[in-house]
Design a protein around this ligand. Structure first.
Ligand SMILES: C[S@@+](CC[C@H](N)C(=O)[O-])C[C@H]1O[C@@H](n2cnc3c(N)ncnc32)[C@H](O)[C@@H]1O
Length: 96
């Protein structure tokens, strides 16, 4: 890992800048977003979304509850019922 003055850091396979923001779409049980937030030890730049609503997510995936907690503890924003085919996604992209 490079020094704190370096603009880009490489964490495993993830290369990101502290100036970049990350939006994940259709992340089934949020495990991908969760892994990424843990890898870079920072969720502040991450907005994680699921297609399922919150209750459905918890029913379908046993890890979902923990993944949501971990993401929020690391500062990430988590949204549910985000449909890539809907207009609302444009709002998220602009806000993220
Ligand atoms: C094959 S799973 C992949 C999940 C996750 N990316 C992974 O690798 O574990 C496809 C995901 O896309 C989501 N999905 C389906 N239609 C969608 C839509 N219109 N907008 C956003 N997500 C959608 C599903 O809820 C499901 O979680």
């Amino acid at each position: 890992m490079c020094s704190t003055t370096c603009e880009f850091n490489v964490y495993g396979v993830i290369e990101y800048s502290r100036y970049e923001r990350i939006l994940t779409i259709g992340d089934g049980d949020l495990s991908f977003s969760c892994s990424m937030a843990k890898e870079i030890q920072n969720g502040l730049q991450i907005t994680a979304t699921t297609y399922d609503d919150h209750d459905t997510l918890l029913q379908k995936y046993e890890n979902a509850k923990n993944n949501i907690k971990t993401l929020k503890d690391l500062g990430a924003r988590v949204f549910h019922e985000v449909d890539t085919t809907c207009e609302g996604l444009r709002f998220l992209i602009h806000e993220t």
